[in-house]
Ligand binder design. Sequence first.
Ligand SMILES: C[S@@+](CC[C@H](N)C(=O)[O-])C[C@H]1O[C@@H](n2cnc3c(N)ncnc32)[C@H](O)[C@@H]1O
Length: 175
Amino acid sequence: MLDVASGTGEGTCFLVEEFKCHAVGIDISQVMIKRAKEKAQKKNLNIDFKIGDAHYLPFENNSFDVVIAECVVCALNKEMAIAEMIRVLIPGGFIGIHDICWKEDTPNDLKVRLKAIENESLETLVGWKKLFSDNGLENCSVTDKSHLMSVWMESNKKNLGFTGQLRIGMKVFKK
Ligand SMILES: C[S@@+](CC[C@H](N)C(=O)[O-])C[C@H]1O[C@@H](n2cnc3c(N)ncnc32)[C@H](O)[C@@H]1O
């Protein structure tokens, strides 16, 4: 399995523990790769974390049976990143992404503002599905998990603690 933009390796470690699979994680940030390696070592997991750009994956064609990307594709050149995920996937393999979506009726000025502030361009659920099927993938499906947002926010708050929340608040305020 390849985890594109694996960050601190939380998801990669979880999947390796859960499914006992062989995994590779790439991320553009040296700091993230270092943290991911430390995490895997602590958990005694053998995961190959290395620096790489999602737009130019450092792997041969048809290298992985599963490719995932969590919370990142909206911040990338989506067409390039998706084409790269497909290139390194074996025929018949599986691609899974987890990302944020616009509601169908989101006003355009909100989209423009998010792009300006965060440089993120989201899709609607249908839009995400289309991006993958237009690139030749079959059996594409999308699932709305927005009902889990409040649970996720609560657990994030706990994990971040007071100083973590303050740090993020300051960042948002500055922007
Ligand atoms: C929001 S984090 C998500 C991390 C992880 N997937 C997770 O869900 O915990 C986004 C990650 O994408 C990485 N990233 C951003 N641009 C990238 C790129 N062009 N190629 C690879 N990684 C990238 C960042 O360094 C960061 O670790």
